[in-house]
Design a protein around this ligand. Structure first.
Ligand code: ASP
Ligand code: MG
Length: 440
């Protein structure tokens, strides 16, 4: 059994949904098909929620009406059978009636999650109606009946496994199962989600839970590329990556895959394939335990980074200093990404600065604190790159015009990271494309 996940753009147009139906029937292997919301829908739902939170019910009402109009138009091109169209209208009415009711009740965090869940509920129901029209045998299994997260928002893989296999057992004769990505039920039994972009995570959890032969992530690009196509002219797809390499790339900016989605596949050793709905025959990227080849494979950049330097002569020859520093970040549940040390100072980076004021205040007890905001981490990822000849020379020659603030080397054998000011990002990625890959 395999998992096939289709992202928002792959189901965002009626014609694209028709293509997805072809892809899920292209082979005989039983499969769980995980769908995102139609592209733009989750953003629209976030806006509706924000209007509600502000108490601006008029704005929310208008946003709901605009979204409903979009869906009404969508089904006219998705379906032709009048009976199916009637059913689709009823689905839309049901979900938009819910959204209209929220205009009259008080806003809460739980309600926000309910609002956000509408996108995936709609996309899967509409897709199911289309499959019915096309006489494609399948069954819709509600993610809210098996995808559970605990009090720390962590998915409970054991529970997911048990509940999902019960659902599959109940429909033993079926070969195509459709379900929602992104949405889940939390420890209080409320509707919740796996955070933005979380459909990949759903797919990977499901693949792990059923021990799938493969977890296919279908998007509109032919796999992970060696560099950011929005910044450099020429990029190439990466044929194979190890889970570790993929995790580094996903975290450090390759938008194609949600970073959390790596661990379930890795832990249960399910290969992941990144494939392109627009070019279904293209190889894409295969992510497995094995890296496939040695050397630099890609560079990626992550913006919005803050560097914090703590300088103290008390650090000299002292032990326990780093522990105290780290404890401050732990207290504010802020994770550290890069770290470099000298004998009298330590620099760390964070990508989430909501508690920055509190953190700085507490760190000042240990030394002088300096902040550099608006930084970018550029990460060079590959297999055994720290042992690959010439990488360091090529890398530093390439970035010689760039004021590099931090370098992290040797933390793992597949990553070298540089911290640079955000304003140098484009130039740096272009220089590295030439220096490391020989691409202009
Ligand atoms: N629909 C959700 C989002 O846009 C989840 C996903 O597509 O992965 O974030
Ligand atoms: Mg996505």
């Amino acid at each position: 059994m395999k998992v096939m996940k289709f992202g928002g753009t792959s189901v965002g147009k009626p014609q694209r949904m028709h293509e997805v139906a072809k892809l899920v029937t292209a082979d005989e292997e039983p499969k769980i098909v995980v769908l995102s919301a139609l592209s733009g829908t989750t953003n629209a739902l976030v806006e509706i929620s924000e209007s509600m939170a502000r108490g601006d019910r008029n704005a929310a009402k208008q946003q709901i009406e605009a979204l409903e109009a979009h869906y009404k138009q969508f089904i006219t091109e998705l379906l032709t059978d009048p009976g199916q169209l009637e059913k689709a209208k009823a689905v839309i009415t049901e979900h938009f009636e819910f959204l209209t009711i929220i205009l009259r009740i008080s806003f809460s965090e739980a309600l926000n999650k309910d609002i956000l869940a509408q996108g995936e509920l709609l996309s899967t129901k509409l897709f199911s109606l289309y499959l019915e029209e096309a006489h494609i045998d399948h069954v819709l299994i509600p993610a809210l009946e098996f995808m559970t997260i605990d009090g720390n928002d962590e998915p409970q893989i054991g529970t997911i496994k048990v509940k999902l296999s019960q659902l599959l057992q109940r429909n033993k004769e079926k070969k195509i199962f459709i379900t929602q990505g992104y949405i889940s039920r939390n420890a209080r039994g409320e509707v919740d989600n796996l955070k933005r972009g979380g459909s990949d995570y759903s797919a990977s959890l499901i693949a792990a839970a059923i021990n799938a032969s493969v977890c296919e992530i279908w998007t509109d690009i032919d796999g992970m590329h060696n560099n950011d196509p929005r910044v450099v002219n020429k990029t190439m797809p990466i044929e194979q990556l190890s889970f570790e390499e993929a995790a580094e790339l996903a975290y450090f900016g390759a938008k194609i895959l949600h970073p959390a989605s790596i661990w379930p596949a890795q832990y249960f050793n399910v290969p992941v394939k990144l494939l392109n709905t627009l070019q279904p025959l293209a190889k894409g990227t295969l992510i497995t335990e094995k890296a496939g080849s040695v050397g630099v494979k890609a560079v990626a950049a992550k913006d919005g980074i803050t560097a914090i330097k703590i300088k103290s002569s008390r650090m000299l020859l002292a032990y326990g200093f780093l522990r105290k520093v780290f404890e401050v970040f732990e207290k504010y549940r802020t994770s550290i990404d890069m770290i470099t040390t000298s004998e009298v100072a330590v620099s760390v980076t964070i990508d989430n600065d909501i508690y920055i004021k509190e953190i700085v205040k507490e760190l000042e007890a240990y030394g002088a604190v300096e902040l550099d905001t608006n930084q970018t981490i550029v990460s060079i990822v590959g297999n055994e790159i720290t042992e690959t000849k010439e990488v360091m020379r090529k890398l530093f020659e390439a970035v010689s015009p760039v004021p590099v603030r931090m370098v992290s080397y040797g933390g793992s054998r597949h990553n070298i990271s540089l911290l640079i000011p955000r304003s140098y990002k484009e130039q740096t990625l272009q220089l590295l494309n030439k220096g490391l890959f020989g691409l202009e």
